[in-house]
Write a protein of this length. Structure first.
Length: 354
């Protein structure tokens, strides 16, 4: 029977009774795998994901779903409770409100630590797991190869001319190890301490876990049969500006795993960004010293470099009027924001990172 658990108030006696039943029987339940799903105030997407997990071609008594609410908020709790009532013969569903940390890394920690299963499957609330996803991932983890972790396949559907944001999101389909589709043994997670909750955004926390597993001697395998669909969710106009804030976590990953960062991430200093910053600084100094000619030349170079940057972003992306305007506008400011957040991360995490 599907039930919901969590240290929160319940709306009705049925939810409360389900909670008590779950808590009294939890120690007697033995699951093959716990599916951990972090979420943050996206109940519609979460429901879509949970329905796909409930529909897995896997014995419903052999796995559970742990929803880690990074809000937490009533809309999400109610949606999870509703699904638990709807699928009474489905897998056990647990709701875990997360308040000690912020971000998906901390939420995933709360999830796997609440589980007693020997294997943990991680996916995100905006994915749609294939019906065979869980069976394929668990099989790969216990195929006799001594695997400690499995990296599954992520499919990101795109049109022929995606937006810049969509193209960037599609990078998930090429990553070595992404927690939108990962299976890890509980023992391996305990050995490396799980996720680093300092990664408070959905950026580089999965690479950090991968690198920690690698450095601990863990064996990571690939399963192309364990598939999740990852539709690109809608984004507001100019979203690439706010995304630059994630650059600070590159500094943390670099500090923790310098050599692996250089070989696996292959991230080099953004020379174009620094060139743009340099010419703008020179232009401003020129204007301040009354040299309008040099100042105007610097502004012209800035605009030319920004136009080149915009052209590169548009070369394989959508050519609608709105998208072209968005690329033109954000290309002017991304270099400055990116450098700011890279240096912010370097200072915050006390590492030389430019």
């Amino acid at each position: 029977m599907s039930t919901i658990a969590g240290s929160i108030p319940f709306d009705n006696a049925r939810d409360a009774a389900a909670y008590e039943a779950t808590m009294s029987n939890a120690s007697d339940m033995a699951f093959d795998v716990s599916v951990v799903v972090p979420t943050y105030r996206r109940p519609d997407m979460l429901e879509r994901c949970l329905r796909a997990i409930i529909a897995q071609d896997y014995d419903k008594a052999r796995y559970e779903i742990i929803v880690c609410d990074d809000g937490p908020d009533e809309a999400t709790r109610s949606r999870v409770a509703s699904l638990a009532r709807e699928f009474e013969q489905g897998p056990r569903i647990r709701y875990v409100p997360v308040t000690a940390t912020q971000g998906p890394a901390g939420a995933r920690n709360a999830g796997w630590r609440a589980s007693n299963a020997a294997s943990i499957a991680f996916t995100d609330d905006d994915t749609i797991p294939d019906p065979h996803w869980l069976a394929a991932g668990v099989a790969a983890l216990h195929a006799g190869t001594g695997a400690d972790a499995v990296s599954g396949r992520i499919v990101v559907p795109l049109g022929p001319r995606p937006t810049d944001y969509e193209q960037d999101a599609a990078g998930l389909s090429h990553t070595e190890f992404a927690t939108a589709n990962t299976f890890v043994t509980r023992s391996a997670l305990k050995r490396v301490g799980g996720f680093d909750a300092r990664f408070t955004s959905a950026w580089r926390e999965d690479s950090d876990l991968q690198f920690k597993l690698m450095r601990s001697g863990a064996h990571i395998v690939r399963s192309d049969d364990a598939i999740v669909l990852h539709p690109v969710r809608p984004a507001r106009w100019g979203v690439s500006l706010s995304q630059q804030k994630k650059s600070q976590f590159d500094a943390l990953l670099y500090k923790k795993h310098r050599e692996l960062f250089k070989t696996r991430i292959r991230s080099t200093p953004p020379l174009l960004y620094y060139a743009i910053l340099a010419v703008v600084v020179i232009a401003l100094l020129a204007f301040a010293n009354g040299n309008a000619t040099l100042g105007l030349l610097g502004i012209e170079i800035w605009l030319c470099l920004s136009a080149w940057f915009c052209f590169k972003r548009l070369r394989s992306t959508a050519l609608t009027r709105s998208h072209i305007l968005e690329m033109a506008w954000t290309s002017l400011w991304i270099p400055f924001l990116s450098i700011y957040w890279r240096l912010y991360g370097a200072v915050k995490f006390r590492v030389l990172f430019i």
